[in-house]
Unconditional design. Sequence first.
Length: 614
Amino acid sequence: MLVFAPPPADCPLAPGAGFPDHADPGQLHCLPTGLRPGRDADGTPRFFLVRYRDSVSGAAGGIVQVELAARFPDDAEKQAALARGWTLRPIGFHTARARLEGWSTILADVGVLGPWTEAFPTGDVLFAERCGLDPKALQLLDTLLKAGAQGGVKVAVEAQYDGLGPCWPVLLGADLEALAAAILLGTPAASGAGVTADEVAAALLSLPRQPGIADRLGPVTVRALDGNALPDADALLAELAGRLLGDLLVPVADDDPWRERRWRLKEGMAGQWNWDLSIPRRTRAVWRGSWSAAELFAGMGVEERKRHFPALPALAPFAPVAVTVVAAMPLDPRFVRGLRVSVETTGPGGVPERRSFAFPGRSTVERFTAFYPALTSAFVLAASVTATLAAVPGATTPWPRPLPARAVPVVGSLVEITPELAGFGLTVISVEPAVFERAETVRASLRRGENLLAEAILTAQAPSGAPAYPLAEPPPTLTVTAERRTASGTQAFLIYQGEAPPAFIVPTSALEVLEPVTVAVTLDPASAAGAAFVAVTLADPSGRTRLVPLIPGASTTWACWPASVFDPLAYRVQVQHVPLLADGSTAPVIIGPWQDASSAALVITLPSQEAVSS
């Protein structure tokens, strides 16, 4: 996982465009340098902006279908970086949102054309959604599209990603009451309104201190672990500010996950508290970008503009009618065997005409021209959709599952198909490539109760899929596991289990050991009286060791780093103690052999005095 720290000076990326990896110093996680539209198999951009006015119902508005992908380094840039000793890896986003905005050099306060629409990134595709436009936005949109180089429409995108705060072998300590009084007394946090993370950091950085770094920063004590040099004081206090969120402070309730979170003091926090900065801290950041449709609009001819920026006129007698059929959805042929849309219109002589379109085809948008007949006949435009899903995995009769035909609502001369209208749900699963460095397969299963609805088995050769399932209540449960084969059999690690979202991305961090397991070490009371001094040396699978002295009646915690997420807790223990003999004298120190352990509650039992004497 990336670390929110400046990359080395010889980094091949621009400042702020990437971060180093927490485990591999030669790996850089790259932020996008911009956005680009997705494209169909025939190269057609996946951008469709239709404006309509329905003369029958009086409805007016617009629909935007857009797919935007992140611009990451291409193969040539990756190879150039690799030649210099760097491996470039695109950052994985776990959620995103976008909205339509207008810009103009001649109009003031163009503003927002639509609300934020949530999306779930899959691979480098950040946003693939449908946005609706109201009549007011439609009127402004018409003006912008006519403005040429003096105005246009853009899509603003925000995407969230996770990383680790900087880590140092440093132990910070403070009395919680003194720390709260020093940085938060009299602030809104004390009254419940809350403070932001930046305000907490600013308060810590303003604590009184001596020039340079000392063993105390205000009420905070600083101690280096294992004899390491101390980092800059500002960096330590900035990291401590992040550690306080959740320890000393709790978030103020807010239903909007995108709004900057505010924090208030926990109740009843007192006593001494220590923060081990060698243990990484998970944190979240937001990448912001935008893409202007003017890039697409300017390079198109008249016919292409009509295709991607159509304005559907009000229906009128004796006039041709441009009918548009849109099915902008991910259709994985492994799970959706077929999707057919049937459209019935009125021909020039008033005779019904029927057309049928199969998706996925060469494009997600199909068009044809119908005709509004004489005044004596009404124009008819009706549509229906039929979908066929793949067989249930492991079914005794592996036959495809045809769904009943469903009528599709029509707005003006626009026919828009969604998975819900076709009678099925979709969950798009995407796995970051680095996941397969640790696991051989990722299994995504959709179940309703005990019934298996669909299952995708993803590999390095096929890292994404869009399993489909028939719509019904209750919503299905998605279970995602990573699997790898060993000499003793197949090991599985549960990544997610819960209600199926529209999309789910498996990040590399899902299989990285980012937090240690806390082991509580205590001395057996029955044998504590027989020793003047007891200590244990603990070693985790990575080779990290720590000497821990034991005090009778007290528990000591130790952070053990497992070898991988697939491996259970396992470590080694070596006990050394100074026996206390019956006459009050002490025997020479005894250092025991290394022993294997696997408990999160380790109890140290010393040998009896008889065993020591012998």
